[in-house]
Design a protein around this ligand. Structure first.
Ligand code: HEC
Length: 154
């Protein structure tokens, strides 16, 4: 083998190893990241519901949670990269996310739009409107995405 060929061979070997090793690694990291984002979504969601029910927390903090939820809705657009499916690790994200990208984009956009409305109402101190908007968000965003795109809990 000439040294030129050796170098080429080594370069190909490295490239192959990288292409084999990266997806599994990135997949697990991407899944962990998405689940962390969704846990944060669920956290703000639960906090707002608790405030609305008057069971705890403080009304003056409601707008902060609503704003954070809207930010997380934007972040969640980037939380579903290819290579983070059930083939790649332990996740409840269904293949339909990547098989029907247009449908998925629609609910992801609805998530941003509904939470933007919620954040606006909350900022304006319209708690009655915000309470209704929580219902709309639950239906048109959380539920509309979880139903077709999230596997049931085992
Ligand atoms: C665009 C789709 C989509 C929207 C909108 C969405 N989710 Fe999710 N959610 C998912 C998927 C997919 C998973 C599963 C993630 C995984 O296992 O990798 C998930 C997981 C979760 C989890 C479990 C996190 C964990 O791993 O412990 C909670 C809690 C949650 N979502 C709450 C919510 C709430 C509340 C809303 C609305 C305010 C919402 N989600 C909106 C797709 C969505």
């Amino acid at each position: 083998m000439t040294s030129m060929k050796k170098t080429l061979f080594a370069a190909i070997a490295v490239a192959l190893m990288a292409s084999i090793a990266t997806p599994t690694f990135a997949g697990k990291g991407d899944i962990a990241y998405r689940q962390a984002v969704m846990k944060a979504v669920g956290g703000h969601w639960g906090a707002m519901k608790t405030i609305l029910k008057g069971q705890g927390g403080d009304k003056k903090d409601f707008a902060g949670h609503a704003h954070a939820l809207n930010e997380l809705a934007r972040v969640s657009l980037h939380a579903f990269p290819k290579g983070s499916s059930q083939k790649d690790g332990k996740t409840r994200a269904l293949d339909a996310i990547w098989e029907k990208p247009a449908d998925f984009k629609k609910v992801a956009d609805a998530f941003i739009a509904e939470t933007a409305k919620l954040a606006e109402m909350a900022k304006a101190g319209d708690m009655e409107g915000a309470a209704k908007q929580i219902g709309m968000t639950g239906k048109n965003a959380c539920g509309a995405c979880h139903k077709p795109f999230r596997a049931k809990k085992k």
